[in-house]
Design a protein around this ligand. Structure first.
Ligand SMILES: [Zn+2]
Length: 121
């Protein structure tokens, strides 16, 4: 297993190099979502009917969900667990983190989760 150990250490060097860029992206995205939620809150305050508007509520829950993912990613970063898949514990490719810095899953696991639907219910 010496080969996988060296692969792992070179991957973590690569992770270190990108970490500050991902952290910056996450913080920017976080700020954007907070402003988005504040805007939605403002709209609802101005027009209480929007509280029952499906699109507004969908936007709001998407923003909250994104914010939760961002916070979780920042927490994993602080814990030194960033870049590792939560499901299979394998490394998440840096190219994927560049596209989606808040992701907690590698591509196969993400795919598995998205296609996992109750067959019988
Ligand atoms: Zn995985």
């Amino acid at each position: 297993m010496s080969e996988s150990v060296s692969t792992l250490s070179s991957a973590s060097v690569e992770l270190e190099g990108n970490m500050s860029a991902w952290r910056t992206r996450l913080n920017q995205e976080r700020q954007f979502r907070i402003e988005q939620l504040a805007g939605i809150h403002h709209d609802i305050t101005a027009n209480s009917r929007l509280a029952h508007d499906e699109l507004t509520m969908a936007l709001r829950s998407a923003a909250i969900s994104a914010l939760n993912h961002i916070d979780a990613a920042l927490m994993r970063m602080d814990a030194g667990e960033y870049g590792r898949c939560l499901r299979c514990a394998g490394p998440i490719p840096t190219a994927r983190l560049d596209v989606l810095p808040m992701t907690a899953l590698c591509m196969p696991c993400q795919h598995h989760q998205q296609t996992r639907r109750p067959v019988r219910s």
